[in-house]
Design a protein around this ligand. Structure first.
Ligand SMILES: Cc1cc2nc3c(=O)[nH]c(=O)nc-3n(C[C@H](O)[C@H](O)[C@H](O)COP(=O)(O)OP(=O)(O)OC[C@H]3O[C@@H](n4cnc5c(N)ncnc54)[C@H](O)[C@@H]3O)c2cc1C
Length: 379
């Protein structure tokens, strides 16, 4: 049984479960409750600022005109309603893990017996690059889409960040559906170059595709100083827009009152995705850091950890220990949309490219969205 937690007997107040953040893992918890029913004696609240979760994997395809802006949305409000979970549209800004309280941006406090966090990380572009009115952080992804949708057509774009997100955004901006001719794009990939951590064969294929599409690559960290952007001493001006996909920082409220974190301030969890310091707290997705193994901040891990968190929450709400651990596969399939009708596939040391790759990516992405649309519709 969880420390400080007990199963309620009839007549006692319900156990309060607080889900903070409607991210890629928590939608699995909502799905579990819709499919298998709410655990008895439990009152659950989902605290999240937006009615929808935006599936980031479809954003580069939206830039390239392959999807409409609504295609990658999961309706959290409809899922919560069908799951019997109360929805609070607000943002967590503070946490007291011992008092079991969360503070919100709206000035409220929410008490919990058990809490689970799936809020993602926070954008850190301005802190890393320097502030500038042309700078658009890819996080939060919903705000990014809104800003790009209302942007005057840019002629020259700099994308900062050489990870999979930055690479796909460079391709997406180069193939921007809304303007003709397409913008000139420079990818400031950072000093580790394109796709650090990916196999040489994948990096070679992506480099070739970037060159084929006329996307300039600078393998140095971008900086903005005195109103001008440069990388490795090379000016990247003129630039109409600077898009930053430079990874995420831990939300500041995680470093709260003795809650265990990793060195970067992300919420430290074990293989059950349970806090290493507070057993009544769980976390998954980009806000969490595993203490038993490194785990990239990547949507695929949030998605795969979701059912594990769902099963563990169901168990601990019944007063049992968390039964499941998340063991990532050795390799995951990444399909990088090149914006021109193809995708580059990466699987461990292997790389391949073709229109089939994009068809497969669309099929996987749309199937993921469709399962939640069906649950939200009551299908
Ligand atoms: C352009 C781009 C493309 C990408 N493509 C891929 C891909 O193809 N495959 C892949 O594996 N990864 C991809 N990623 C990475 C992926 O987006 C993230 O790893 C993933 O979104 C993390 O999921 P999450 O559930 O942790 O957080 P999120 O998806 O960010 O969800 C967090 C949720 O919490 C809410 N929230 C935020 N702050 C608070 C708060 N303070 N209080 C309450 N709620 C809050 C948000 O509104 C949101 O609903 C991509 C990233 C980018 C930028």
């Amino acid at each position: 049984m969880i420390a400080g937690m007990h199963t309620k007997s009839p007549g006692e107040a319900a156990v309060l479960l607080l889900l903070v953040g409607g991210g890629h893992a928590h939608v699995s918890v909502l799905a579990d409750w819709i499919r298998h029913g709410v655990p008895s004696g439990v009152r659950a609240v989902l605290l999240t600022p937006e009615r929808h979760l935006r599936y980031s994997g479809m954003v580069p395809g939206w830039l390239a005109g392959q999807h409409s802006s609504d295609d990658g949305l999961v309706d959290l409000a409809a899922l919560a309603q069908r799951a019997g979970v109360e929805l609070v549209l607000d943002r967590c800004t503070g946490l007291d893990p011992d008092a079991r309280l969360v503070c919100t941006a709206g000035g409220g406090t929410i008490r919990f017996d058990i809490a689970s966090f799936d809020t993602g990380g926070e954008g850190r572009a301005a802190a890393l690059l320097g502030d500038d009115p042309r700078l658009i952080d890819v996080r939060p992804i919903g705000a990014f889409v809104e800003r790009i949708a209302t942007l005057p057509a840019p002629a020259r774009v700099v994308v900062a960040g050489g990870g999979a997100g930055g690479v796909e955004l460079a391709f997406g901006m180069r193939n921007l559906a809304s303007i003709n001719p397409p913008p000139q794009v420079t990818l400031a990939a950072g000093s580790s170059g394109i796709l650090p951590g990916f196999a040489p064969a994948v990096r070679r294929r992506v480099s070739k595709a970037l060159a084929r599409q006329g996307i300039a690559v600078v393998e140095a960290d971008a900086r903005i100083a005195g109103g001008a952007i440069s990388a490795g001493g090379q000016s990247l001006e003129p630039a109409d827009v600077v898009i930053a996909a430079t990874g995420s920082a831990a939300p500041p409220w995680v470093r709260a009152n003795g809650l265990a974190t990793d060195a970067a301030g992300f919420l430290a969890v074990n293989a059950h995705h349970q806090s290493t310091s507070h057993s009544h707290i769980f976390a998954a997705g980009d806000v969490a850091a595993r203490n038993d193994r490194p785990l990239a901040h990547s949507g695929v891990h949030a998605v795969f950890a979701g059912p594990v968190v769902a099963a563990n929450l169901r168990a601990v709400l019944a007063g049992k220990p968390p039964p499941r651990t998340y063991r990532p596969r050795w390799n995951n399939l990444y399909l990088m949309n090149t914006g021109d009708g193809s995708a580059i596939a990466s699987y461990g040391p292997l790389a391949a490219e073709g229109r089939w790759g994009l068809a497969l990516k669309h099929w996987i992405d749309k199937r993921w969205i469709a399962q939640y649309a069906a649950l939200a519709d009551g299908a």
